[in-house]
Design a protein around this ligand. Structure first.
Ligand code: GTP
Ligand code: MG
Length: 200
């Protein structure tokens, strides 16, 4: 899929204020600093559509972007950042779970995982929650430019083993880099296919 237009629509601190149009929506979620906002910029060919930072905790609101006048892309705050106060962490957690519990327009969620790291409890638990609530998701292993292909392959096969302790099959997954644009074609083509299926 070619992205012809991508524009910021609105930032919200509450799911009830998110756009009310019944438009297919794709959300990007994961630990703080995993690369959600950078991936969104890479997919939409923008340098700073979504705000990025090397300091975790940059995205603090639910951010809607309209793509090709056809679908919404949503940038969310990260979960699991230890260096903020408990109060702030609880506020983000509440916002995130409220979004997933209430957002009927949500078609698919991309759970971002750093391709260099072993499976972490917080990500496994979050995917468990999505599964229990029948919220469809894919995994995106980010920052692939930081390791060799061999290392990434090894890491992902280890990750699969961890996932298969809880899941019957490994969810659909992609490998991406916001630096060298790895995975862009595959992720956009997946979204295009889901959008086409919704029209049938
Ligand atoms: P929060 O909004 O704080 O939850 O973070 P985020 O998940 O949106 O991460 P963000 O996109 O802001 O990126 C965090 C840091 O990782 C930034 O310094 C980015 O430049 C860097 N980064 C993100 N994606 C990549 C990537 O694919 N490769 C490399 N090398 N660095 C990346
Ligand atoms: Mg962000």
């Amino acid at each position: 899929m070619k992205i012809n237009t991508a524009s910021f629509v609105i930032s919200n601190s509450h799911v009830n204020k998110c756009p009310s149009e019944k438009i297919a929506e794709y959300a990007f979620i994961g630990r703080s600093n995993v690369g959600k906002s950078s991936l969104i910029n890479m997919l939409t060919n923008h340098k700073s559509l979504a705000k990025t930072s090397n300091k975790p905790g940059k995205t603090q609101l639910i951010n809607h972007f309209m793509i090709n006048n056809e679908w919404f892309l949503v940038d969310l705050p990260g979960y699991g950042y230890a260096k903020v106060s408990k109060k702030t962490r609880n506020k983000f957690q509440g916002l995130i779970y409220d979004y997933f519990n209430k957002r009927l327009q949500l078609v698919c969620t991309f759970v971002l995982i750093d391709s260099r790291h072993d499976a972490q409890k917080i990500d496994l638990e979050f995917m468990q929650y999505l599964g229990e609530n029948a919220i469809p998701f894919c995994i995106i292993f980010t920052k692939s430019d930081k390791s060799s292909k061999t290392t990434i392959d090894k890491n992902i096969s280890r990750y699969k083993k961890s996932m298969l302790q809880y899941w019957e099959t490994m969810p659909t997954y992609f490998i991406s880099s916001a630096v060298d644009k790895n995975g862009k074609k595959e992720i956009l083509s997946f979204i295009k296919n889901v959008n086409n299926d919704l029209k049938k």
